[in-house]
Design a protein around this ligand. Sequence first.
Ligand SMILES: *Cc1c(COP(=O)(O)O)cnc(C)c1O
Length: 429
Amino acid sequence: MQLENLKDATDKVSFSQAVKKGLGKHQGLYFPTDLQPMSNIDGLLDMPLIERSQQILKHLIGDELAPDLVDELISQAFNFDAPLVNVTGNIFSLELFHGPTLAFKDFGGRFMAQTLSNISKGQPITILTATSGDTGAAVAHAFHGIENIDVVILFPKGKISPLQEKLFTTLGGNIHTVAIEGDFDACQQLVKTAFDDPDVRDGLHLNSANSINISRLLAQVCYYFEAISQLPKDKRTQAVFAVPSGNFGNLTAGIIAKTLGLPIKRFIAATNANDTVPRYLVNGKWDPKPTVPTISNAMDVSQPNNWPRIEALVEKGYFDKALLTGESVDEDYTQVAMKQLQALGYITEPHAAIAYRALSRQLHDDEVGIFLGTAHPAKFRETVENVLGQPIALPQALVDCASKASLAGQLGPQYDDLKAYMFETLGNK
Ligand SMILES: *Cc1c(COP(=O)(O)O)cnc(C)c1O
């Protein structure tokens, strides 16, 4: 697989290099130079999830990695299901939250961890990342116990839910967590400073493992195939996906799935009040406004960092932009949608509810709507209980870690303290 930097087409890299580097020159995203459709889609749809996903990844990555290795990476990464649940009439939920941290980010995070560990061939790596919630947990679990890779996760002290914090601060081993006295931006600033500091960057072999890593996107392509495979055969050409979107990685993966030949009819990009993309799709003006906080906080993004990849898919002729519409859902209607789903016997959290709302506004009678269930309702327990007025049971994974002690360290927002902490904890690599 060859990829090019979307900001500098002369910067071309292999899949392994793109995974290791994350971003290219001038902060440019890497994107495949060529996407060929797959043959025999019907045959693929008849396969079980793991086997089919192995075929998809081998097709995308090509002969750069040994086929056996790709098979191994996928079976290690995808050790949970993605059931398609009929919610009402022609509307389905694709539940992507049955992995270890109860959110769809487990798919990409686990595949990235397996891939990075294999292609770095025992070279030591330090992952340094800041989190406001979900990503930290997915990264921590995905890399936990992987040899030669240490993970340092910074989070704003007291600003994420206690349960969410326990999901990644109780692991120990190669997962080092630090509560920073400051907000999320302060954590991100520390990460940026570290990447600009050659002592730390080169001395500890830093890697960001963040959401723009190409390996995550490729893994996410697979569950769009899984969704269609679970539809009755006569409905497979009528599917419309509503994707609850923040940084737009999820939607990018869906469009790549369509490019490979999966019969997806069209997409709806569903956002909360941070509606840069829905407005852009209507008036053609890219006009981000300041980010506003919402109850679907994993989508509180006004400058989505994967959007240039979607533009690239359009410009290179792989995707017709007319097949994408936007829908922005405000706080009131997010709650209305959660209650409507509750009345249908389906308990959900705000992110998926936004996508459901988008479908109920835009789906035609002869179409089949699939919204992506991106997180388990228990992950947003307080909000869900407040809106729905009923207690939410905790899944076993959360019960288990809620009873363990947090192992997180604590630091102020000064960079020198973080630097000292990292060399003390990780030694010289
Ligand atoms: C990250 C996240 C999203 C947004 O996904 P993108 O790929 O960034 O668009 C939606 N819902 C939940 C629960 C998330 O954690």
